[in-house]
Design a protein around this ligand. Structure first.
Ligand code: LLP
Length: 421
């Protein structure tokens, strides 16, 4: 990546040397590049230039306020899945009328605050949800502009845990039942079905599943219009994959061209909800080697980051490239080693038998492509404080989420009086 490069023998984020950052904020920490975020957003927007398109950044990928603000300044809308995310989007400066609210289990409270804020669209995923929304909207004397998220029964050909478009997944309404559901929706007070939504999964590395899903959606739009519904918008979700290792990722132009060729004749406004594609390669996780340990059969590099900080390898067997922060001689010998965290689980493994140059105590390493689904999925398991997030811009940096103290972590807990007797 042009944003994380070796300069003077050490890895930098833009113009900031990572060893300097590590000395200031301590390890582990997440580090995001403003220039990378901007370039990713602009590339996405440019690919869709000239089409009636709204880019609603899927906040779940990285909802740090400074990241949201960076994208908001470029004109991004937001795709949110909770009241918390909606409030983050608003706090980050994304106007309510560019916010889409997705998710299989919106509560009535969330619906109420979404309607009161005046958001663009709610994506409904079940009939009980439709009924609840109708009641909430009616009680507020409002009309909810909705999409129904359909499940097109298409295999996204991605990791099973992040595929969402098959019949057996919990997401959306089976596309074969969509017409009935729109009829039901149109008959309910407080509901105006204006859109069809679809999202079949994440980290897709082929356009074919998208194409199959979008074609089914277009067919549905024609049928719905025949049924008398005024469908003016499509929401095509997110899911475009990024390069982690050696994937053959479709270009943005190919993706945009495919969207245009399939949906171009409908006259619909198209919402896109990219998450990973905007932030994934804009962030890294920097960690320090605590020990190098020789086991019976293999060697281990025990680093100070763990599965609670970056869960993707444990949860999805995901590959994150690991770079030594100190630049290695190209001819330096390389060996195979397991890179693990200090958490008490065998699953706390970042890489198995990874080929790396020699690394030892106190050396810094960077896990690449950690900008999406990194910090947001972290936990405090093993009472490990959430790691700081740092945003770099040129030669400037700012801590955009600080590391909480253990005192702060304990402060929310209380021992009941009866135990103190
Ligand atoms: N829209 C909807 C309705 C979604 O469910 C998602 C992601 C997105 C958009 C954004 O998808 P993206 O463009 O980022 O692929 N934690 C997993 C990924 C989970 C994705 C969940 N939904 C991971 O680390 O790979």
């Amino acid at each position: 990546s042009p944003y994380f490069t070796y300069q003077d023998g050490v890895l930098h984020a833009e113009g900031v040397a990572l060893p300097d950052l590590a000395a200031t904020v301590g390890t582990p920490f997440y580090c995001y590049s403003t220039a990378a975020l901007e370039a990713n957003y602009r590339a996405f927007a440019d690919a869709f230039e000239g089409s009636d398109t709204g880019i609603c950044y899927a906040l779940k990928a990285n909802s740090n306020l400074a990241v949201i603000r960076t994208l908001a300044k470029l004109g991004a809308g937001a795709d949110v899945v909770s009241e918390g995310e909606m409030r983050r989007a608003l706090a980050g400066g994304i106007p309510a009328d560019r916010i889409v609210f997705s998710g299989v289990g919106k509560t009535r409270e969330e619906m109420r605050s979404a309607l009161e804020s005046g958001i663009f669209q709610l994506n409904v995923e079940s009939i009980p949800e439709l009924e609840a929304l109708s009641q909430v909207a009616s009680s507020l004397d409002r009309t909810a502009a909705i999409a129904i998220r359909v499940n097109p029964d298409v295999d996204a050909k991605t990791h099973a845990k992040i595929a969402t478009g098959k019949k057996e997944n919990k997401f959306g309404i089976d596309i074969d039942h969509a017409r009935q559901t729109y009829a039901r929706a149109a008959a309910l007070p407080g509901i105006k079905p204006v859109a069809v939504a679809v999202h079949i999964g994440s980290q897709l590395t082929s356009l074919e599943p998208f194409r199959a899903a979008f074609e089914r959606v277009v067919e549905l739009v024609h049928a719905l219009r025949e049924d008398g519904h005024d469908i003016q918008r499509l929401d095509l979700g997110g899911g475009l994959g990024i390069l982690y290792r050696d994937e053959d990722v479709p270009s943005l132009d190919a993706y945009a061209g495919m969207v245009r060729s399939i949906t171009g004749n409908l006259g619909c406004h198209v919402t896109l909800e990219p998450g990973r594609a905007l932030v994934g390669n804009a962030g890294i996780l920097v960690s320090k080697v605590i020990y190098r340990k020789t086991g019976v059969h293999r060697e281990f590099l025990i680093v100070d980051a763990a599965m609670n900080d970056l869960i993707r390898p444990s949860l999805y067997d995901a590959w994150h490239t690991i770079l030594p922060v100190a630049e290695e001689d190209q001819d330096a010998p390389r060996t195979r080693i397991d890179v693990v965290g200090p958490v008490c689980e065998s699953g706390d493994t970042f890489a198995v038998q990874r080929v790396l140059p020699h690394l030892d105590q106190d050396d810094l390493v960077a896990f690449l492509s950690a900008g999406a689904y990194g910090a947001v999925m972290s936990s405090t398991y093993n009472t490990r404080p959430l790691v700081p997030e740092v945003l770099v811009s040129g030669s400037d940096h700012a801590v955009v989420r600080r590391r909480p103290t253990v005192e702060e972590m304990l402060a929310a807990e209380q021992v009941p009086a009866w135990l103190e007797k």
